[in-house]
Design a protein around this ligand. Structure first.
Ligand code: SAM
Length: 262
């Protein structure tokens, strides 16, 4: 592995999110953006943690459906409840391929590669907008068997992809590579529930090199063409198969949804 190039003067989405999750892998430039967004949109920290909690619930539910292979795109800096930890906690033979384009994630790849001996994990640095580089990657092919169902997990990530870069085509390329019975799980920022707060979030986040895009229910549903959306459908991510008390202070700023390829 080459030493990754980390520019600490430029904010990165993985490090801004790490700050909100209470991590230590962030720098002044990241914290400046994170704090500006917190001032503009109170509740964003709880919202970020709820996004992370969705990941855990989705992976547990998918494991319960018998899924033992996961392609986790937009992995982020390792935090509590990484996909392989949740999946292998239930089935040690589970296999996970992680993908992110932020070099800082590579620094922590060791955590992502700590697989149960019965299973396998891998991490590759790649851009989700170039699906073929991910799908043809030797590590991904050695980890996942595309002739069996795979869950494609893209949590808290597609909002960083502009419309011009056609995130729908990219997601379709990943899901087209999977067999029927596979799943797609994602969360996506939206201003549908709380337009003012989420408009303020995008405005405060998008002042420098970073970008987030809120998307509507109709735009999020377009990722699920050819899928059967599972219960409870397209809902606030914090509410997806969540049976406890919902945090009253979280901004209702993201959809969570899981679908099965038919
Ligand atoms: C908010 S974090 C989400 C992390 C994790 N999936 C979670 O939900 O806890 C978004 C991640 O997407 C990654 N990301 C953004 N654009 C990407 C791209 N074009 N290709 C791959 N990863 C990308 C960022 O580097 C960051 O790690």
């Amino acid at each position: 592995m080459n030493a990754p190039h980390i520019d600490t003067n430029v904010p990165h989405p993985a490090r801004v999110y790490d700050y909100w999750l209470g991590g230590k892998d962030n720098y002044a430039a990241d914290r400046a953006v994170a704090e500006a967004v917190m001032a503009a949109t109170p509740g964003v920290v709880t919202g970020a943690r709820e996004n992370r909690a969705f990941l855990g619930r989705a992976v547990r539910w998918l494991s319960d459906q018998g899924i033992d292979q996961f392609l986790d795109i937009g992995t982020g800096i390792p935090a509590t409840g990484n996909t392989h930890e949740v999946a292998q906690g239930l089935n040690p033979a589970a296999r996970v391929a992680y993908v992110d384009n932020d070099p800082i994630v590579m620094v922590h790849a060791r955590t992502l590669l700590k697989s149960a001996p019965e299973g396998r994990t891998t991490y590759i640095e790649a851009d989700l907008r170039r699906p073929q580089t991910v799908l043809d990657h030797a590590e991904v092919r050695a980890t996942l068997d595309f002739s069996r169902p795979i869950a494609v997990i893209i949590v808290g990530t597609l909002m960083h992809i502009r419309d011009e870069d056609d995130p729908w085509a990219a997601v379709k390329a990943y899901t087209d590579a999977t067999v029927p019975g596979s799943y797609l799980a994602l969360t996506h920022l939206t201003a549908d529930f709380e337009p003012e707060k989420m408009g303020a979030l995008a405005d405060s986040y998008n002042t420098g090199p970073l970008l987030v895009t809120n998307r509507t229910a109709e735009q999020v549903m377009r990722f699920f063409d050819g899928f059967q959306v599972v219960e409870p459908g397209l809902v606030w991510a914090a509410d997806w198969k969540h049976f406890g008390v919902l945090p009253p202070d979280a901004v209702r700023g993201a959809y969570g949804i899981v679908g099965k390829k038919i």
